[in-house]
Design a protein. Structure first.
Length: 125
């Protein structure tokens, strides 16, 4: 089963295994995925290619996901951003999302949860 429409997705996480897992989940639903393993690489890719949405990790070295979300939104204010995090405190405060973050999802998650998040992004809920 696939989601409504395939999208161009930027995936940002410093953990190669996490990137590979999420990339596979998204590609299974026919999305095209570009991976960045750092904030600098993500910003560079945003300048070079149009994306439908960004999925980024919260805890990354150099620049945390919330700061990266703000940096992306400065240049691309309409680009939806889904931040995933294993930080239980962040997940508990889903109503109080960090600036620049449109959607927040806890790790670990299942394919069905990722599909639902992508569907919400597509509907811009």
């Amino acid at each position: 089963m696939t989601t409504a429409a395939s999208s161009q997705v930027l995936l940002v996480d410093d953990d190669p295994l996490v990137c590979d897992s999420i990339r596979r989940m998204l590609e299974f639903d026919l999305h095209t995925v570009k991976v960045a393993t750092s904030a600098a690489a993500a910003l560079d890719l945003c300048e070079k290619q149009k994306f439908d949405f960004v999925i980024l990790d919260y805890l990354m070295p150099g620049m945390k996901g919330d700061r990266l979300a703000v940096a992306i939104k400065q240049h691309f204010p309409d680009l939806p951003i889904l931040m995933v995090t294993a930080d239980a405190q962040k997940v508990e405060s889903l109503e109080d999302k960090p600036a620049g973050v449109d959607f927040l999802m806890g790790k670990p998650f299942q394919l069905a949860e990722l599909r639902e998040a992508v569907s919400r992004i597509s509907r811009k809920e």
